[in-house]
Design a protein around this ligand. Sequence first.
Ligand SMILES: [Zn+2]
Length: 474
Amino acid sequence: MPKLSAELGIKGISAVLALLFLTACIAQHDSKRNYRLESAATPASDSSKLPAKNLIIFIGDGMGVSTITAARIFDGQSKGLSGEDNQLAFEDFNNLALVKTYNTNAQVPDSAGTATAILSGYKTNIGAINVKPNTDISKMVLSSCVTKLTSPTLFKRAKKAGLSVGLISTARITHATPAAMYGQAVSRDWEQKSDIDPRAAKYGCKSLAEQLLKNTPDITLGGGTSKFTDEQLSKWAKKDGHIYVSDAQSFRAVPKDKTVLGLFTESHMSYDADRDDSKEPSLAEMTAFTIDALAARDTGYVILIEAGRVDHAHHDSNAYRAMKDMQALNAAVQVAKDKAGDDTLIMVTADHSHVFTISGYPARGNPILGLVRNPDPEAGEPAKDYAKDLDGKPYTTLGYANGPNIREADSPTLTDNLVQSDNYQQQTTVRLESETHAGEDVPLYATGPGSHLVRGVIEQDEIGHIIHTALGLK
Ligand SMILES: [Zn+2]
């Protein structure tokens, strides 16, 4: 032994120990992996047996791959685990594709054009909802408000096929993504009458709020009373079989066989981190209610469930709230998995990504919201000191390429207390008032009948075709 230690030196011995430690870690990790192979994966009933009776589609607004990875770790760590090998509810779906998200006129897209692609099966301009693209905006106005040449919304297609429809969003229900289920507008900003450009208003263009009240899904839950007048809402509620609710208590008492409109907040619903359960139901609760209510009608159903505020937290470069809303989405997907039968196609996707990164070389189990500590191979555990940048300052694992809180050489030194606090805005490289979307592909996870169509690298509008094909819609 003395000879060996002389040959290897102290460093060498440490390296051997580190290697042994590493081998032990890998062995431990591999045993977990084998366990997964035997036990996991949502059972694939025959996914090519069409049509699917029901569709449940989840859109995590702004949920790019880095958001999913970070949420997986965050969720694992909130259960006291290391986090990296945690599994989110949709990560055992048997089919997966990468989706190209660009809008017809934009490399990096917005939610209006992308939700149109996902639900209606064609790409359009940034900001447009269910209106065919044209370089001449006046032609788009004409086609959406006068000639109505645009192909039908998913709401209309589903209704024509006799299916029930559910629509859930934690954003305003007239916001771009939910609006793409039922509405048509050259501009996503036309949420209420006064928002419509006067030049378009004279063609009789209708606001998204008016369109929702005319084409109301069987169950509609979300935020955004401010885009409706009291008169509009009370007129809608007076119709046969309609029930309007605006708080969680009345929502919990609603009979499931009614046409329900629940709007719980003036604007968007609260971030899940700030939500008061006595006032606003969770995404999972709204999902459970809607699946139960529509399954009882035995018509078959289409439900769109949007976690709309992952996107908003990212725009604020506040990773904490994005992660908490991802956990709310994850819980809602679990509800759908538990409740839906083999005749239901479940899809989970994002409309677009965000400029959100997981960086540095943090050690396994390092708090995902925290400052980077590298692995220390000699000690076999995370280093005691923080990793430092060239200015000698610690930095966070999570960051954004742009946004409001720019990192500069004279920025104050970060502490773990600061960066792990709820309101912390991660640092960015380019100073912008609002962090932006990103243009890389997003994943689409699917299970159930029709999910075999979800594979490879696809254009986002193919999702619309997969939906229509799986449900046998015209
Ligand atoms: Zn956004």
